[in-house]
Design a protein around this ligand. Sequence first.
Ligand code: HMG
Ligand code: MG
Length: 312
Amino acid sequence: MSGGFPERVRLVEVGPRDGLQNEAQIVPTPVKLELIERLSEAGLTTIEVTSFVSPRWIPQMADQKTLLEALLASPRRRAGVSYPVLTPNLKGFDAALAAGAQAVAVFAAASEAFSQKNINCSIGESLKRFASVIDAASALDIPVRGYVSCVVACPYEGPIDAQQVATVARALYDMGCSEVSLGDTIGAGTPASVQRMIEACAKVVPLEQLAGHYHDTYGMAVANVYASLELGMRIFDASVGGLGGCPYAPGASGNVASEDVVFLLHGLGIETGIDLDKLVLTAEYIAQQLGRQPGSRVARAVLARRRAASTD
Ligand code: HMG
Ligand code: MG
C-alpha cells in the first residue's frame, strides 16, 4: 500500500449511465447529449454514457445506439475524451461496436443473489460471458473495464466477505480488464470496511488499476473516497449531481456526487483537471431537466454563492 495522497486523481463520470438508468422518467436523447457535452466541457475525460443491455431490463438506456453515434459525430466532441459503455454479453458488445464504441465495461458481482437479479446468471456464468467479450475487445485493442458490485454488502445477502470481492476482482483482472471498479452498490460501506475491502483487492490487482465506486445511501461516500485516498487509490467513479442508483438494488441511492469529490480533491491539493463551477452548472442543468434541485451539497452551496454574488 503506497500511503500518502496521490498528486492527481482521475474521475470516471457515471451519471449519464448509472444515474439516468435509475430515473423513473426516460430522459430524452437530446438532453443526455447536452449533459454529456457539458460534462466534457467541464473537464471530465472519461464519461460512461450508456449501456448496451436489454431494453426490457433497462428501458432508460434503450436509446444507446442513437446516443453513442450522435456523441461520436458531434462537433463539440473534445479530443482525449473517452465514452465507455456497459456490455453484459457478446450481443451487447457487438451492438456497441457497431455504434462505434471505443471502450467498454463488463459488470460482475461479489454476491450470487445480486448477480442473478441484475444479469440473470451466476457469478461463474457471468465470468464466462465476460471472457468472450474481453477476448473480442482485446482483438480490436478496445479496453475493457470490469465492475464488481456489492463489494461491502448485498441487498439480498447482507455483508459480503472482502475475500470474495478480491476473488472476483482478480478474475476480471486476470481475464484482461484494464481497470477494476469496486462498487459499493447500496452505499453500506464505512471507511473501515472500505479500507479492508481495498486492502484485500490490492493484494491481487495493482492498486493503480482499482477504482472506487461509492454510492451515498448512508452519507458515507465522501468519507469512503477519503479513506481510499489514504491507501493511495487514484481513480473514482462519481455522478454529476449525485444522480443514480441501481434498478436491481432496492434502496440504493445515487453515486457520490462528482462535484462533492472534486471539492474534496481540490481542497486536498489533488489535481483533477475539472472546472468545479462548470461541473456545478451541469448538475443544475440536469436537475432542472428532471424537475428538482441538484442533489449535492456542494452544488447547492456553489449555486447559492453565485446567486448571492449576482444580486450584490
Ligand atoms: P436474459 O433475459 O438472461 O438474456 O438477460 P437472454 O440471453 O436469455 O436473452 C433474452 C432476450 O434479451 C433476447 O431477446 C435477447 O436477444 C435479448 P428476445 O429473443 O427475447 O427478443 N438480449 C439483449 N438485448 C439487448 N442487449 C443485450 C442483450 N442480451 C440479450 N446485450 C441480460 C441477460 C444481461 C441481457 C439482462 O439481464 C440485462 O440486460 N441486464 C442489465 C442489467 C443492468 O443494466 N443493470 C444495471 C447496471 S449494473 C450497475 O448499475 C452496478 C454498477 O453501477 C456498479 C455498482 O454500483 O455496484 C455497474
Ligand atoms: Mg453503481
